[in-house]
Design a protein around this ligand. Structure first.
Ligand code: ZN
Ligand code: ZN
Length: 188
């Protein structure tokens, strides 16, 4: 995550994070960033708050390990203030209600990257274990034994039972796996 945001709640933001690109300020954000330099007497002073192009709020915080141009994603600051420490490298912040500028502490969840991806894909923890939703029957199931794994390490969206019920003619697991192995693009 060198140079990246390390935090995402959208595809767009995760791409920015992965590419390690510098965050881009909106036009308004740039203007405000310039204005805040001149201090609180300026009409543009908003308490050092700016907007990230991804829909997040930026807060002025110099000397922060994740600061870029003197700004840090505000939701990071909110959870860090609550925890009394900086986020670790692999920790990310999820907006529970999906609203990226709702930085109330109760809307923020600190999790590692892998769990964050699961959460964004609608997985749930049931009885202490992660369960993935099936796009067919809508049940939440453990992936072990219930979902085929694609070669790109993503699970097939429908559970094995749904695939067995909807694919015609009825096919065996062996047949599906053989088909699957031959195709670079998945059948489902
Ligand atoms: Zn998220
Ligand atoms: Zn299913």
């Amino acid at each position: 995550m060198k140079g990246g945001l390390g935090v995402f709640c959208s595809d767009r933001c995760s791409r920015i994070g992965r590419r390690g690109r510098k965050l881009s300020f909106t036009k308004e954000g740039k203007r405000r960033a310039l204005l805040v330099k001149t201090g609180s007497n300026n009409y543009g002073w908003k308490g050092g708050i700016s907007k990230h192009s991804g829909g997040y709020i930026l807060e002025q915080c110099k000397n922060h390990p994740r600061q870029i141009k003197g700004y840090v994603l505000q939701h990071i600051l909110v959870v860090e203030r609550k925890m009394g420490r900086y986020l670790k490298k692999d920790e990310e912040v999820h907006h529970i209600n999906g609203i990226k500028n709702d930085n109330r502490i109760e809307n923020l969840l600190v999790c590692n990257r892998q769990d964050h991806i699961r959460i964004e894909k609608g997985w749930k923890i049931i009885g202490g274990d992660w369960h993935k939703p099936c796009s067919g029957c809508k049940r939440f199931l453990k992936v072990e034994g219930n979902f085929y794994l694609r070669s790109n390490s993503c699970f097939v969206s429908q559970c094995k039972m749904c695939i067995a019920n909807t694919t015609k003619p009825p096919v065996t697991t062996d047949y599906l796996q053989a088909q699957y192995a031959r195709q670079s693009t998945p059948l489902w």
